[in-house]
Each structure stands twice: as structure tokens, then as C-alpha cells.
Design a protein around this ligand. Structure first.
Ligand code: NAD
Length: 479
């Protein structure tokens, strides 16, 4: 098995120490990866800083072609990437195809086709005899730090707007599943070479621990950090980035509420709620983790969820019959198990799925009922296949429960009364609310309020996190 090295300005940089990547289902080692430290991160930042001016001066058309060409190169390897996503993340095939790979390629295509004039902001007409211009300028070197779950999609969501805007990047993927980001880096390197663009525009550092990411955050040459991950680490980054006054995009944890009003279509609500079991086993920040059901439909809903729980198939992600996959690691499995054990200890009723394989990092899909809003399992993110259901006697109470956590990422409202649903959506603290759907639109602003983060990605809103607004002013009669 070859060791995967850091990729700095297109060159492999091997460090002495390495660590292993395991397939979450087979528990077999599938790759050996460089275990980077501060020295590796510093080398990557130095390369990105060297390339900063040349890449910023590279025409936007060329920068877009690099993104487009990288997308084509990855598309040509699609089958291989899907298999890699299954082995690296444990995603079942449909999730690996649609969300791990195709959604990421679509995002690259999207940014490669956006107009260059997005970087010019229309200024007010002449005011007080003065004319002005406003331009989006790159912040310089961007440190892109991503979590495990959808590694390619998360990283493309960072590097595409950052490179489009003329920044150079250092990528630091999650320790658990970095292999698709290695493929992304290879494709970007090839595309940079083909365009005669500076190789140091794109750099990759891997590592098993916090050190390389932390080194990017406090490096003086890094102008912005784009971070997706836990609220605990995001808070640390906010603090460490303060002395350098770095631009920050912080996409952090969530504990989504799915409110089921009395008049809801229960089939639709159940289909939405059970995504927490069937879409990557709840290892998604936007997973519907708390179901807040009007008392008139609560028992019916719980009954339907129990039936759905019994129908789940925990198994091999490569088997099309599988609905529920292992978690990324034994560490994450044990973390979820501790949260569920705590729910039991606090008096909740816990229903778990049966027939879970005896290997792989599975935590059985779990339904927690008879649980109040203050219970730890209702407040803390599981990032696993755990759904809690609690009753509400009114819209007011449902909103109060939904807003009672420290998070504010995504919520949903299920109701046949769209006016009432929109009124409720406006009162929810989440940054994005789905009405009768758990789907997201990639072009709408996405991010968090409260402890779920700072800044927005989604569509071209992401540019705010990767650019500064630069203004010029001059006498109008000189125009
Ligand atoms: P994590 O915070 O443990 O790690 C995220 C990344 O930060 C990893 O690359 C890790 O190596 C790095 N890191 C760790 N310590 C660091 C430090 N001190 N400085 C800089 N970097 C450091 O998160 P995770 O376990 O990989 O992912 C799960 C979390 O991510 C969940 O909380 C989930 O809600 C969140 N998430 C949020 C979104 C979103 O869009 N809001 C999307 C996906 C995941």
C-alpha cells in the first residue's frame, strides 16, 4: 500500500510519520496517509503565499478554466471516486454517487461557469460630486479545514469560490476520510499545469491530529479560514484567529428541529424524519434530530417511526438493500452510544433497531421518546442515527422547543397550511428552514446562527467569506 503524501505546489512532501485510514464497514486499512504537523502546514502556507500574487493576477477566465478542467478530470474517474467514497466514508452507494461525488462535481461546474463580473460590485451613482468603484479583492491565502462526512462536497464548497475569487488555498481535510480530497488536489494540480498557472495556488496537508489545522489558523500569512466542523473546534478557531483578525467562515454543529403541526402530511413528515437514519446514518449537520410533534399526532407519528425503524436494513454500504450504514469510526460510535445511554439514564424510552452486523462501526438506528426539551439527548448533537420525539401543545410551544438549543442551522416545518408554516418558519432561529421538505437548494444562503456558526456559503453568497470589498473614489468630473 503506497503512502499518500502532502501535495505542496504540485510536489509530494513526505513526512516521517503516517497514520491509517480504515473502511468503516470492513474495518480494513485502505490507505496510509502522511500525518502532518506544523512544519508541513508551514510549508504549504509558504507555497500558497509564494503563488498568491501570480494567481490573483491570473485572469478570472483562466481561474474558471482550472476549476472546470479539474471537474472534467474527476468526472472521468467518477466510478473509481464513488468506490473510494464508499470505502473511505462508509456511505451507501446512492449517497456516495449523489452527494459524495455528483453534487461536488456539479458545484465545480457551477463555479467554472459563473461570470467574471461577480467580482465587481455595482457602486452607487455619483454622490456629492464623487464617483466610486467597488471591487471584490482576494484575501490572499485561505486555510480550508473540512469535517468528515461528505469530504469532496465540503472541500469543493470552499476551494471553488476561494480560487474563483483569486485566493490561493491550503486544504486540510478531516483525518478520517481524506482520500477524495487527495483526488481533488491531483485534478486541480493537473488543471493548473495545463493552464500554465502557478502550482502553489493549491496545496494539501493531511494529518491525524489537530496540529496542522491549528497551524493554519494562527499562521500570519493566512488571510482567511474556511472551517466546517464541530462547535467546540469552531470556538477554538474563533479565539485563535482573533489576533490576526482573520476572515472567518465557521460552519458548525446543529441539532435540527422538524416540527410536525396537527395538519401535517404524516407520510411526508416520516419520510423527512427518517433521513436521520437512512442518509449517512445521521452524520450530517442538517439532519432532523428532534421531532416536535403536535400532541394530536404525536402517538400516531411515534407508531409510524417505530414501524420505519423495524424496516431498516443495517449492512454493507455496497449492498443496494442497505438503508443504514456504519459510523465513520469506533470513536464516533462510542460517542453516540454514550449519548443514548445518558438518555436512558435521564428517563427517556429508547427504541433501537435489531439485526445490526457484528463488524463495522455500527450504532443501531435509535428512536428516543418520552423525552423533554431539556434532556441532554435533545440538546447535544449526536451526529449519528438518533431521532428524538417530543410533544408540543401549540405552535408557540413548538417554536420555543425548537429554539431552545444553542444551535441554529436548519429546521423544518411540516403543515398543510402554508401560511401558518411560513409564519412559524419566520420565528425559528435556524438560518434555513424547509417547509414540507428536508431538501436544500445549493444556491440559497447556508450557514448558522448562534453556536452553529458565522458567515454564509451557498451559491455566490460564499464570495463574502473569500473576498474583501475594495473601494476607489474620485472627482466625478474626472470620469
Ligand atoms: P471536528 O471539529 O472534530 O473536525 C473538523 C476539522 O477540524 C477536521 O479537519 C479536524 O482535523 C480539524 N481540527 C481539529 N482541531 C482543530 C484545531 N484546533 N484547529 C483547526 N482545525 C482543527 O468535526 P468533525 O468531527 O470532523 O465533524 C463533525 C462536526 O462537523 C459536527 O459537529 C457537524 O455538525 C459539523 N458539520 C457542520 C457542517 C455545516 O455546514 N454547518 C457540515 C458538516 C459537518
Amino acid at each position: 500500500m503506497t503512502t499518500i503524501a502532502h501535495l505542496i505546489a504540485g510536489d509530494r512532501l513526505s513526512t516521517g510519520s503516517t497514520y491509517e485510514i480504515t473502511d468503516p464497514y470492513t474495518e480494513q486499512v485502505i490507505a496510509v496517509v502522511a500525518d502532518g504537523d506544523r512544519t508541513a502546514a508551514d510549508a504549504a502556507v509558504a507555497a500558497a503565499a509564494d503563488a498568491r500574487d501570480a494567481w490573483a493576477a491570473t485572469p478570472v477566465e483562466t481561474r474558471r478554466r482550472v476549476l472546470g478542467r479539474a471537474g472534467e478530470l474527476l468526472e472521468a474517474r467518477r466510478g473509481e471516486l464513488v468506490d473510494l467514497a464508499i470505502a473511505d466514508t462508509g456511505a451507501r452507494r446512492a449517497v456516495a454517487e449523489q452527494t459524495q461525488v455528483d453534487a461536488a462535481l456539479a458545484r465545480l461546474r457551477h463555479w467554472s461557469a459563473l461570470p467574471a463580473d461577480l467580482l465587481t460590485v455595482p457602486a452607487e451613482p455619483v454622490a456629492s460630486g464623487l464617483a466610486g468603484t467597488v471591487t471584490r479583492t482576494p484575501v490572499g491565502v485561505v486555510g480550508c479545514i473540512s469535517p468528515y462526512n461528505f469530504p469532496l462536497l465540503a472541500m469543493v464548497g470552499k476551494i471553488a469560490p476561494a480560487l474563483f475569487a483569486g485566493n490561493t488555498v491550503v486544504m486540510k481535510p478531516a483525518p478520517q476520510d481524506p482520500l477524495l480530497v487527495v483526488a481533488l488536489t491531483e485534478a486541480l494540480n493537473e488543471a493548473l499545469r495545463a493552464e500554465g498557472a502557478p502550482a502553489g495556488a493549491v496545496n494539501l496537508v493531511t494529518g491525524a491530529g489537530a496540529e496542522p489545522g491549528a497551524a493554519l489558523v494562527d499562521h500570519p500569512e493566512v488571510g482567511a479560514i474556511s472551517f466546517t466542523g464541530s462547535t467546540v473546534v469552531g470556538t477554538e478557531i474563533y479565539r485563535s484567529a482573533a489576533p490576526g483578525m482573520k476572515r472567518l467562515l465557521l460552519e458548525l454543529g446543529g441539532k435540527g428541529a422538524l416540527v410536525v403541526r396537527a395538519d401535517a402530511d404524516l407520510d411526508a413528515a416520516v419520510a423527512g424524519a427518517t433521513r436521520a437514519w437512512t442518509v449517512h446514518s445521521g452524520q450530517i449537520c442538517v439532519t432532523p434530530a428532534r421531532i416536535i410533534a403536535d400532541t394530536s399526532v404525536h402517538d400516531e407519528l411515534v407508531g409510524r417511526l417505530r414501524t420505519a425503524l423495524d424496516d431498516l436494513v443495517h449492512g454493507d454500504p455496497r449492498d443496494p438493500a442497505t438503508t443504514t450504514v456504519p459510523l465513520i469510526s469506533d470513536v464516533q460510535r462510542d460517542r453516540v452510544a454514550a449519548l443514548v445511554a445518558g438518555a436512558r439514564a435521564e428517563g427517556a424510552t429508547v427504541h433501537t433497531a435489531a439485526n445490526v452486523p457484528d463488524h463495522g462501526y455500527f450504532h443501531p438506528a435509535t428512536l428516543v421518546t418520552d423525552v423533554g426539551p431539556e434532556a441532554t439527548v435533545m440538546q447535544e448533537e449526536a451526529f449519528g442515527p438518533v431521532i428524538c420525539v417530543t410533544p408540543a401543545t401549540s405552535d408557540d410551544e413548538a417554536v420555543a422547543i425548537a429554539n431552545s438549543t444553542r444551535y441554529g442551522l436548519t429546521d423544518q416545518v411540516y403543515s398543510r397550511d402554508l401560511d401558518a408554516a411560513h409564519r412559524m418558519a419566520a420565528r425559528l432561529a435556524a438560518a434555513q428552514v424547509g417547509i414540507n421538505t428536508c431538501a436544500r437548494r445549493a444556491d440559497l444562503p447556508f450557514g448558522g446562527t448562534k453556536a452553529s456558526g458565522l458567515g454564509r456559503s451557498g451559491g455566490t453568497h460564499a464570495l463574502d467569506s473569500y473576498t474583501d470589498l475594495h473601494a476607489t473614489v474620485q472627482p466625478a468630473d474626472w470620469v
